[in-house]
Design a protein around this ligand. Sequence first.
Ligand SMILES: CC(C)(COP(=O)(O)OP(=O)(O)OC[C@H]1O[C@@H](n2cnc3c(N)ncnc32)[C@H](O)[C@@H]1OP(=O)(O)O)[C@@H](O)C(=O)NCCC(=O)NCCS
Length: 189
Amino acid sequence: MKQPFIAPLSTTDGDLTIRIYRLEDAAALAAGTNASYEHLRPWMPWATETMTEIDAEVLIRRFIAGYFGNTDFTMGIWRDDQFLGGTGFHLRGRSLDASVGEIGMWIRQDCAGQGLGQQALRLMLKWGFEEWGWERIFWQCDARNAASAKVALNCGLLYEGTLRSDDLTVDGNRRDTQYYAMLRSEYSR
Ligand SMILES: CC(C)(COP(=O)(O)OP(=O)(O)OC[C@H]1O[C@@H](n2cnc3c(N)ncnc32)[C@H](O)[C@@H]1OP(=O)(O)O)[C@@H](O)C(=O)NCCC(=O)NCCS
């Protein structure tokens, strides 16, 4: 009989921990999101500078429901007690059985550009292939998001192509989307 999928809850690399959100993370999530508004706005449609602690708790409740329901796995990135940003494995409409996960990521504005995104992505790839059992892990970004593309390439994902006129930007303009991915066989090589 097929075993039920029990999602891993956290992983650590040195002082960096990636883990499922807890209700008590609401204040840190709200503060980190609001303080990063200018940095997130061009790329993340959900960016806001007015998230309250209650808003954050509602979001976290939704994240936890998705996580334990095996429909979406959203996590926070922490250094000790400092909240650094968010990441996750996202099914994007696929069945969990397909074993394909998209890694999304944002790093707080005051922590960006210090190598954290790459450290977090390397840890997600290791965790994803070694414990989660993904067969394919992919990363997508607005074709103009040079930092995001660099992080993917530096961590060994392959550029697979660009979907033209694939989505809208927050300003309502059309954007192209680049795809990067790593397969399990490429991770083990
Ligand atoms: C994209 C993001 C997750 C990267 O995290 P980070 O901690 O800033 O990334 P790192 O410091 O590990 O690495 C950034 C790399 O991009 C490069 N980079 C940064 N800005 C760049 C730019 N405008 N053009 C080209 N390269 C750039 C850096 O030089 C570095 O590469 P290097 O190590 O080869 O020098 C983070 O900046 C972020 O949260 N951005 C806003 C939200 C977002 O775009 N998320 C991704 C959506 S797909």
